[in-house]
Design a protein around this ligand. Structure first.
Ligand code: AMP
Ligand code: GLY
Length: 432
């Protein structure tokens, strides 16, 4: 398991829970409870060490969590060393690594997405703002840890965002900029497992990206997620598979690129149907912490089958339980999270029936566990309804304390409104 965040902790728990022996590089203190940690970095030199370590340990499968190693070609290297790996090679991971490339692929394959212009200098950027219109979204082309996107509230903000990109705010990631029309609606994440030929959809999830309640304020990596999503019925998921996933995979294949791993479709459910906001080349974080606990069976077997090109839809079965995942962040996140605050109460939280704690930005010191990143941990509640799952998650999360802990209290609010509207339907409608 390559990575050290909450998503990787969720994958580790799934793999270890199915009886697999797991090595985690570099892992985190939560993962250490179910896996052997391999101390390493995720920079290019560290990646070479991981391949060497995995080869020496003769692992059956390498699973890559985060986007950066995928975009840097980690899977290509692992395969070249004779290892089986779950994740796209660099050419396919470009769908996330370059937003301009993703737009190109979508355009060629007629995949519904926001109208966009790609620019390479400030003057072209300012001209594009006039072309796309006042309500627009400015995106640094490359990887920017979820922070390279500005949904502009005003023309002034859009212009500032374009100037920031070309002023070097995102380094190389911002030397190309995509400016696109602002789409409105509800967001949905559809994650699809791909084996190079076919694909199998996982249950959809909804993420809450903005830092503030009611989805306000700057975007983060994600403050919470839930699954299932009432707005995403099976017909909608089929539509996404037909209109987005299949043409994208075919479009890549025409370029000689096979997609293995997770294709994450970030969608806006607009009045004209689902449109792609972004592709990611990996599980979402925190979507993974909501979706993976709902999967039944052996996740190791599923990922191995995908890596070997014979994914079988019957391997993926989903429990009827709902999952709500709430992220707890350090004070100052997303700009300047404070580190080093002692964390208390993890065992009490994990003792809440139906709760699972996933560590992310944590560090074990001589004096105990302390905060060590922006998104410190996440708690998933499982229950028979989204409401029950939400209550489990917050009950558990309220038992965890550190100075400045920040939690959005409204995770799942859109679905819960839908839930209560449903429960106000006339008696006899059969809604739970
Ligand atoms: P991305 O990394 O491209 O998904 O952008 C991050 C977030 O910005 C998305 O989850 C949306 O909340 C928002 N966003 C991106 N593109 C658009 C768009 N065209 N219209 C409205 N919101 C968007
Ligand atoms: N939660 C959004 C992401 O993983 O990109």
């Amino acid at each position: 398991m390559v990575g050290s965040g909450g998503r990787e902790h969720a994958l580790c728990l799934g793999l270890a829970g199915a009886g697999h022996e797991v090595l985690a590089a570099p892992g985190n203190p939560g993962m250490a409870e179910v896996a052997t940690l391999v101390p390493t970095s995720l920079d290019p030199r560290g990646l070479a060490d991981i391949v060497a370590h995995a080869t020496a340990a003769a692992v059956d499968l390498v699973v890559v969590g985060p986007e950066a190693p995928l975009v840097q070609g980690f899977v290509d290297r692992a395969r070249a060393a004779g290892l089986a790996a779950f994740g796209p090679e660099a050419a396919a991971a470009r769908l996330e690594g370059s937003k301009a490339y993703a737009k190109e692929v979508m355009e060629r394959a007629s995949v519904p997405t926001a109208r966009a212009v790609t620019v390479r200098d400030l003057d072209a950027g300012l001209a594009a703002l006039r072309e796309v219109g006042e309500r627009c979204v400015v995106k640094a082309d490359g990887l920017a840890a979820g922070k390279g996107v500005v949904v502009a509230e005003s023309p002034g903000e859009a212009e500032r965002a374009v100037r920031d990109c070309f002023g070097g705010r995102f380094g190389d990631a911002g030397t190309v900029v995509v400016i696109e029309e602002l789409l409105e609606g509800e967001e949905l994440s559809v994650l699809v497992l791909c084996d190079g030929q076919g694909f199998v959809a996982l249950p959809p999830a909804q993420d809450h990206k903005p830092i503030g309640e009611g989805d306000t304020g700057p975007n983060t990596g994600g403050m919470g997620a839930y699954s299932p999503v009432p707005a995403a019925d099976p017909a909608l998921v089929d539509r996404v598979l037909d209109e987005v996933v299949e043409p994208t995979i075919w479009g890549l294949r025409k370029d000689g690129v096979e997609y293995t791993g997770v294709l994450y479709c970030g969608l806006m459910l607009t009045g004209d149907g689902p449109k792609v906001l972004e592709f990611n080349c990996r599980f979402g974080d925190p979507e993974a912490q909501a979706v993976l606990p709902r999967l039944q069976g052996d996740i190791g077997e599923v990922l191995l089958a995908a890596a070997h090109g014979h994914l079988d839809p019957s391997l993926v079965t989903v429990s009827a339980d709902a999952a709500v995942t709430v992220v707890a962040a350090a004070e100052g996140y997303p700009d300047t999270p404070r580190k080093g605050d002692p964390i208390e109460g993890l065992d009490d939280a994990a003792a809440v029936p139906g709760a699972v704690v996933f560590q992310a930005g944590t560090k074990l010191t001589d004096t105990g566990l302390v905060t060590d990143g922006g998104r410190v941990l996440a708690v998933t509640g499982l229950g028979q309804s989204l409401r029950a799952a939400r209550d489990v998650a917050y009950t558990a999360l309220d038992r965890i304390e550190w100075r400045g802990k920040y939690v959005r209290r409204d995770i799942g609010y859109r679905a819960l409104v839908a839930d209560s509207e449903a429960s106000e339907a006339p008696a006899g409608s059969g809604t739970a």
